[in-house]
Write a protein that binds this ligand. Structure first.
Ligand code: NBP
Length: 478
């Protein structure tokens, strides 16, 4: 019997996705550049379903039913182009090439356009959930043509995570939209992890709570509006004791956070789109700063803190929980707003309610909150910003007093809270009646004749700063 899908690239993600397809009843042809990984997969898990062992891309393609579905799960970047180059001459019009790796969405746009010229579908698929998700059910964000989704979607939906029985997989939009949405998911993930880290730091350095005590607090928080996978695993990490030293594991881990690049991509893209994602950006910068170990070592000896000796607010732990919740909401608001910006720029039809629904299970940012976010965008009139959806306007308003207390206390104590404070600044910036941008427009007009608009009249104006300072109507050069 011909195989229904082929997977090439059988490192951890590819092998687990192949097993997931097989466990769900599909016949899966498997291939890896070096045959050892293929044999290792089949030796260990070959009895989990119907696999077809292949040693070359020719064999892989020959083993598939038409239209062929070939999923590439190799390292992102040049290896993907190399595999595509080898695959294309073997395929026929209508076949579907799927890239399930963490490719940059611009690469996906380029590849989709190139393959479309040869009547081949190229589908960039965002897959979230790590190794375990790939095996047990990830959150899946496919882009590419709608037509390709008809042939591929049901299979992806079947292997995806389920939230109350609903698949966490749906067609996102054309070309690179799936990889773009996955990238923004990762940006939100960075911010989500950082705000949890800031809460931990405040409770440790501010309130003197040991990791084991904090583990219990995080477990309690996991039954509040913060309930999420990341809070759950934070409780687990904080509760873990290092076998070698008997110390909390978190105390023996070097405080320098790594990154593979998707957070950075999100920020670069946000800057290009002009989308204000300050919380996400600060979370990427915070990882960068943490890894500047030699500068930090020197600064610890040199830079003065002048921390104030302030008393903690009365209900500090609850205040921190609320500040964490509010900051997290802002990260989601910024990420979703960035998707709106991208939809306009790249001509994608992004359904934010559906995207939030895909993140409710399987992925790293899965959280109870996402069901509420989905509902907020499901009405007739989608809010312009998540924070403007009535339920969230109310929820964040309740947290504001605690949020301000926490940020003010952190500043006094010299505890850095870049995402808590950037998120609060975003919130205030959004709601403020007048922003200092008016002065910036004045400055720009003075040094560069960039013109300005007035609050009381339509049109574009310029003051003749170097002349008699009269105002003239002008053509905008914003
Ligand atoms: P890796 O990213 O470590 O890539 C290893 C695979 O790429 C092996 O199968 C290797 O073949 C193959 N490969 C390389 Br390297 N260069 C190749 C080339 N020129 N031609 C053909 N094959 C080549 O695998 P992974 O960790 O399973 O990740 C796969 C994708 O999934 C990546 O894009 C990654 O970023 C993404 N990912 C996603 C998540 C998630 O949570 N969504 C997690 C982890 C990874 P070989 O065995 O012959 O060397």
């Amino acid at each position: 019997m011909p195989a229904q899908i082929g997977v090439t690239g059988l490192a951890v993600m590819g092998a687990n996705l192949a097993r997931n397809f097989a466990r769900n009843g599909y016949t899966v042809a498997v291939h890896n550049r070096s045959v050892g990984k293929t044999d290792a997969l089949l030796d260990t898990h070959g009895d989990e379903g119907d696999f077809v062992r292949t040693e070359s891309l020719e064999e892989l393609v020959e083993s598939l039913e038409t239209p062929r579905r070939v999923m590439i799960m190799v390292k992102a970047g040049k290896p993907v182009d190399s595999v595509i180059e080898q695959l294309v001459p073997l395929l026929e019009p209508g076949d579907i090439v799927i890239d399930g790796g963490n490719s940059h969405f611009e690469d996906t746009r380029r590849r989709e356009a190139e393959l479309a010229k040869q009547d081949l579908h190229f589908v960039g698929v965002g897959v979230s959930g790590g190794e375990e998700g790939a095996l047990l059910g990830p959150s899946i964000m496919p882009g590419g043509s709608k037509q390709s989704y008809e042939a591929l979607g049901p299979m992806l939906e079947k292997i995806s995570a389920k939230y109350k029985g609903e698949p966490c997989c749906a067609w996102i939009s054309t070309d690179g939209a799936g990889h773009f949405v996955k990238m923004v998911h990762n940006g939100i993930e960075y911010a989500d992890m950082q705000v949890i880290g800031e809460a931990y730091d405040l409770l440790r350095a501010g309130a003197g709570l040991e990791p084991a005590e904090q583990s219990k607090i995080f477990t309690e928080w996991n039954s509040t509006s913060l309930a999420s996978f990341l809070i759950e695993i934070s409780a687990e990490v904080l509760g873990h004791v290092d076998a070698a030293t008997g110390k909390p594991l978190v105390d023996v881990i070097v405080d320098s956070a790594g990154q593979k690049g998707t957070g950075r991509w999100t920020v670069v893209s946000a800057l290009q789109l002009g989308a204000p994602t300050s919380g996400i950006a600060e979370s990427v910068f915070a990882r960068g700063l943490s890894s500047q170990r030699s500068q930090r070592a020197l600064a610890q000896e040199t830079l003065v803190g002048h921390e104030a000796d302030v008393a903690l607010p009365e209900n500090f732990v609850e205040d921190v929980r609320q500040a964490l919740f509010a900051s997290k909401l802002v990260s989601y608001a910024q990420g979703l707003d960035m998707l709106d910006n991208a939809a306009a720029e790249y001509d994608w039809e992004l359904n934010l309610a559906e995207i939030a629904s895909l993140w409710r299970a399987g992925c790293i940012i899965r959280a109870d909150l996402l069901d509420d976010i989905m509902k907020a965008y499901s009405g007739e009139q989608a809010p312009e910003n998540l924070l403007l959806a009535p339920a969230f306007t109310e929820a964040i308003a309740e947290a504001v007093p605690a949020w301000r207390r926490v940020v003010a206390t952190a500043v006094q104590l010299g505890i850095p809270v870049p995402v808590f404070s950037a998120s609060l600044a975003y919130y205030d910036g959004l709601r403020r009646k007048r922003l200092p941008a008016a002065l910036i427009q004045g400055q720009r007009d003075l040094f560069g004749a960039h013109t300005y608009e007035r609050v009381d009249r339509e049109g574009t104006f310029h003051t003749q700063w170097s002349g008699d300072k009269t105002e003239i109507s002008a053509v905008s050069t914003h």
